[in-house]
Ligand binder design. Sequence first.
Ligand code: HEC
Ligand code: HEC
Ligand code: HEC
Ligand code: HEC
Length: 219
Amino acid sequence: MKKALSLLAAVAVLAIGTTAMAASMLASKHDMTKYGTTLNSTGTNKEVCVFCHTPHNASRTRALWNRSNSTSTFALYTSGANEESSNWYMSGSKEGTITAGSASLMCLSCHDGATSIKGNVVNAKGTITLTNDTVTGNANLGSDLTNDHPINFNYANVQSAGNQTGKLVAATGTMVGTAKLIEGALECASCHDVHNTTNVPFLRETIQGSQLCLQCHIK
Ligand code: HEC
Ligand code: HEC
Ligand code: HEC
Ligand code: HEC
């Protein structure tokens, strides 16, 4: 009985969390239903989460992910201090390349501007038709990320490196202030929360006064 009650409580918490999330996701730039006919597309009941999540048979162990990776080869930022220490990179990767398990590949399965938004969905019960099926414009980062903020490296290793003394804020658990480490690494989702429209564009902290940057960088 006690177990059943706590299970009920857990389900209630989950339901509230999801409703709040859906409210901010709907009609946001991450609401793909605006591009056309999606699953269960009668009235306003189009499926929003399916482009990224599935309850079963997910493509990776993280976040019940419903997409295959992009087939592009990505090149990462390598200039400056970042070049100096090989242990900054995730194991299995070398400088300038991305690891196969990188959480940033989740974002890049759309933001490479080449991968089909609907075609790369792993589990969908029904037909999806989209007028916009790839990311275009400024949100298309392409596969050359050498001109984008470094990603896919171990934050603690960098933060504690001798040449970084006094330059970076130490992490507390998975958080660096309001920025978030993903499996210990700095990834796209460290700065962005794809579900939250409070700080445009989906930022974890306001960019006013460069506050997002100052979560990690000491200046
Ligand atoms: C455009 C893609 C996208 C859409 C659409 C999306 N999500 Fe997410 N979601 C992500 C990504 C990427 C992550 C993992 C990164 C992170 O924690 O921000 C995530 C993480 C989550 C998590 C945390 C899971 C974990 O393992 O930490 C939950 C819960 C979640 N999403 C629920 C939802 C719900 C409910 C919807 C629909 C209302 C939704 N998401 C729509 C991309 C999306
Ligand atoms: C299912 C495809 C998909 C995935 C996965 C996805 N996005 Fe997007 N994202 C889009 C589309 C489509 C847009 C809208 C582009 C436009 O309007 O030009 C967008 C827009 C954005 C924007 C710009 C918002 C604005 O207000 O201009 C940001 C930032 C963004 N995404 C970050 C991310 C990050 C970070 C991840 C991973 C954690 C991610 N996205 C995952 C499809 C996706
Ligand atoms: C260090 C923090 C940080 C990281 C890491 C990061 N972003 Fe961003 N991103 C930002 C900020 C800040 C902006 C807003 C910039 C502006 O408004 O000039 C932004 C803007 C964007 C935009 C909107 C571009 C536009 O001009 O409309 C997209 C799309 C985006 N990011 C996707 C991603 C993806 C995908 C990744 C991972 C490959 C990523 N970001 C990693 C901080 C970050
Ligand atoms: C989640 C923590 C985090 C956030 C948030 C963050 N950074 Fe970084 N940034 C780092 C780390 C770690 C490095 C790699 C160490 C280094 O190169 O200084 C880095 C590297 C850089 C570099 C390259 C330095 C070099 O040596 O080549 C610049 C420039 C930079 N960040 C600027 C920004 C700006 C601007 C913002 C806000 C829009 C921002 N960062 C947000 C953690 C962060």
